[in-house]
Every structure is written in structure tokens, then in C-alpha cells.
Design a protein around this ligand. Structure first.
Ligand code: 9B3
Ligand code: ZN
Ligand code: ZN
Ligand code: ZN
Length: 418
């Protein structure tokens, strides 16, 4: 009788119900006590909607076995109602399989604040991460707000390194100059995570943080980044208004004061490489440039972009070679070699003017001419298969391999004081 009732439940549920939710659902545990209970389980199993966890098949079950089975979200309440009807006692082992799966994924990838470094995050999440990671690691991190964006969002520097009484040499690294290059902010966050979790554990990281400070800007172009999440995934520029034009934004990597707008940049505000109304016209560029100018002891400048797997160094604005070209070239060669050692990812390297295209107003050239003789632009994965839409599954391998290159450069800088 009860069985008939239950089956009628099943047949009244339309097939369209919820395809695709089979991964979730509930897990029940019960003990069939008699033939009626067993028959019920068999009927349920024949719907094909049930995943027997223990034992693996209903055919093995006799009375008094303990049975664990998962029912997809679309059928769970019907099955539960059926159990109630026939009076078979059960426990719900897992209320919500889906959320448990998500939690388990999170636990693999998250830190003690619950932040998941294998996901791309919106700016508000990154901003609260910046606050939390600073508060959680007072001995290693301090936070500076170096300015505001055009739309009045904060631009932050995290100084990461063991606190000392004296000023240490520093490596400046920024991410998110270009809005759509999402792997870039993900890498800066990964770097900070690696620093705080490996300090005192990994001897290389400990030595670096004892002797150096890393000055990390997780996202420079915050307005553009927000826009790439909310309106246009492929937005590159800032979001400042241009007088006399309806087109919005300036390319911040054409806006630095390095032979500004002389080559490989556009005077047209509608172009992706618009150099702006003048050098440092962008508040975000001004904030970073001012910070670097006034901070004493920056020995290396690294800026993270994507994509195309390249390690670039000055010059971009001319084909002429930098004065320490040989040293930069060897350093880049070794950095990409160690990078490739992890997953085989191949990088090109060399002066940007030669390896990609000549263009002026870039941050690496500007930092170099300011006197920071180790200056690099990294273009992370991939080579175009996914491009800016690099899947989240590649965040971890990309960041892991890039860590090797950055740490290599940092160790080199430490061993070559100037
Ligand atoms: C461009 C310039 Cl101007 C530079 N100095 N260094 C690297 C690049 C390449 C990036 C850009 O801004 O076009 C690649 Se997204
Ligand atoms: Zn997120
Ligand atoms: Zn870029
Ligand atoms: Zn890996």
C-alpha cells in the first residue's frame, strides 16, 4: 500500500524538474527491517535517481544491512516523503551534498580566513581580503593606501616582509594594471598567501622576507577591474572620462612618463592604447608613480600582466638595449627556465620592443629610467587558448610556476646589492 503511494509520488513529478542537479541532493542512512522496506529500496533504485554509497548496489542488500544512499536534489524530498509514509526510520547523513562539496573544495584552497585563492574575486572581496590578511599577519604585513582611483576606490600597497628596525631593500610588484587580465590580481594575492604561510617554514621564503620587503599592489586599476566584472569582461583601460569624447578610459600602461605617447600608443580616447591627456593623467598611475618616487630602496620593479607567457624588460619605447641588457637577459632567461621546470610552461623573454612591439609610456620603462635597474613585465598564461578567460583551474599551476620566477629574481636582487 505504502509502496503504491510512493510510486504515485514519483510519477507525478515531471521529468523536466531539475536536470543537472544530480550532483547535489541528500544522503540517507537506513536499515531495512522487512520485505516491504527492501521492496521500497528496490523501487527507489529502479528509478535510476539513487546513488548507493554503501553498499554499492541494492542487489547486495538484505534485511538489517545499513544502507547509505544519495538521492539527487530533484528527488530527495519525494524519497523522504516515501520513507515517512511506510514508516521506515532513517537518518539524513548529509543534508546538502552540493554545499558540502563546495566547502570541501574551499578547504583545499582557502586560508584560515576562508579566502579561496583558486578563484577570481570581485574587488569588494579583494579589498576585504587586503584588510583581513593585514590584520592576521601584523608581524609580516602592513598596509598603505597610496591614493584613490578616478571613481574613488582605494589603491593599496601591502608591504610584506619581516619587520626590522632598519629599512630593507624592497621589491615592488603590481598587479591589475589592465582590468581584464584577471590572473594578475590572483597572482599578487597568491604571492602574499605564499609569503605568510611559508615564512618560518620554507627557508627560501624566510630568508627573502627577513632581508627584503615586497611592496605589493594587488590591483592598480580598480575601477577598470570592477567594470570588467560588472559591464564588460574585456575592459582594459581605466574608467576616467575624456573631455571632448564619449569614449571612456586611458591605457594606464601607456600613461607613465617614459617617452610618453611617442610610439605604440594612441592619441585617440576611443582606442585601447590611448595614452591619456598627458603623462600620469590617470590618478591610479600618479598614485603608483608617486609612491615609487618617494619610497627609498626599491631595487626591483615587477608588473604582472596576461596573456602570452613572456618575461619582458626594457626597453619598450626604443629598440636600443638597456645598459645592463646582458644582466637582464640572463636574469630573464634563468627566471623563465625555473618557471618552466614545474609544469613545462614555455616563456619567451627579451626587451619588449623586440619580443612584442615597441610602445612608450609603460611602467617598466619608467621604473627603469628612474634608476630601478631590475625591471620586468610578466605576461602570464596562456598563449591564447583561453586568453583573458583563463579558467580558474589554471590559477594554481600558473601561480605556482610564477612564484618560482619571482623568487628567483628576488634572490638575485638580494645577492646583487646596489
Ligand atoms: C607594454 C609596454 Cl608599453 C611595456 N613597457 N611593457 C610591456 C607591455 C606589454 C603589455 C601592454 O601594456 O601592452 C601587455 Se598587456
Ligand atoms: Zn569571489
Ligand atoms: Zn596588460
Ligand atoms: Zn602544480
Amino acid at each position: 500500500m505504502a509502496r503504491v503511494l510512493f510510486l504515485s509520488f514519483l510519477t507525478t513529478v515531471s521529468v523536466e524538474a531539475t536536470v543537472g542537479q544530480h550532483a547535489g541532493g541528500k544522503v540517507f542512512r537506513l536499515k531495512p527491517e522487512n520485505k516491504q522496506d527492501l521492496q521500497f529500496l528496490k523501487n527507489v533504485s529502479h528509478t535510476g535517481k539513487v546513488d548507493f554509497w554503501h553498499p554499492h548496489s541494492i542487489d547486495l542488500v538484505t534485511t538489517n544491512w545499513t544502507v547509505d544512499f544519495r538521492v539527487g536534489a530533484d528527488w530527495a524530498s519525494q524519497v523522504q516523503a516515501g520513507l515517512e509514509k511506510i514508516g521506515l526510520k532513517y537518518d539524513v547523513l548529509i543534508e546538502n551534498v552540493q554545499s558540502l562539496m563546495e566547502k570541501q573544495f574551499d578547504q583545499n584552497a582557502t586560508d584560515s580566513t576562508g579566502y579561496n585563492y583558486e578563484r577570481y574575486h570581485q574587488w569588494n572581496e579583494i579589498e576585504s581580503w587586503i584588510t583581513k590578511v593585514t590584520i592576521k599577519n601584523p608581524r609580516l604585513i602592513s598596509r598603505f593606501e597610496i591614493g584613490q582611483s578616478y571613481e574613488e576606490r582605494g589603491i593599496y600597497v601591502l608591504r610584506v616582509g619581516k619587520r626590522t628596525r632598519f629599512m630593507k631593500p624592497a621589491i615592488f610588484m603590481d598587479c591589475g594594471i589592465h582590468a581584464r587580465e584577471w590572473i594578475s590580481p590572483a597572482f599578487c594575492q597568491w604571492f602574499v598567501k605564499e609569503a605568510v604561510t611559508n615564512y618560518g617554514i620554507d627557508s627560501t621564503m624566510t630568508a627573502l622576507l627577513d632581508k627584503l620587503d615586497f611592496l605589493i599592489v594587488p590591483v592598480i586599476n580598480v575601477d577598470g577591474y570592477v567594470y570588467s566584472w560588472t559591464k564588460d569582461r574585456f575592459w582594459r583601460k581605466t574608467r576616467s572620462r575624456n573631455s571632448g569624447s564619449n569614449c571612456v578610459g586611458t591605457d594606464p600602461n601607456r600613461n607613465f612618463d617614459a617617452r610618453w605617447c611617442t610610439i605604440g600608443a594612441s592619441r585617440n580616447p576611443c582606442d585601447e592604447t590611448y595614452c591619456g591627456s598627458h603623462a600620469e593623467s590617470e590618478m591610479e598611475v600618479k598614485a603608483v608613480a608617486n609612491f615609487i618616487r618617494q619610497y627609498r630602496g626599491i631595487k626591483a620593479y615587477i608588473t604582472i600582466h596576461s596573456y602570452s607567457q613572456m618575461c619582458l624588460f626594457p626597453y619598450s619605447y626604443t629598440y636600443s638595449l638597456a645598459s645592463n641588457y646582458k644582466e637582464l637577459n640572463a636574469l630573464a632567461r634563468n627566471a623563465v627556465k625555473v618557471l618552466s621546470s614545474l609544469h613545462g610552461t614555455q616563456y619567451e623573454y627579451g626587451p619588449a620592443s623586440i619580443v612584442i612591439y615597441p610602445s612608450a609610456g609603460g611602467s617598466d620603462d619608467w621604473a627603469y629610467d628612474l634608476g630601478i635597474k631590475y625591471s620586468f613585465t610578466f605576461e602570464l598564461r596562456d598563449t591564447g587558448r583561453y586568453g583573458f578567460l583563463l579558467p580558474e583551474s589554471q590559477i594554481k599551476p600558473t601561480c605556482e610556476e610564477t612564484m618560482l620566477a619571482i623568487n628567483y629574481i628576488a634572490a638575485y636582487v638580494l645577492n646583487h646589492p646596489y
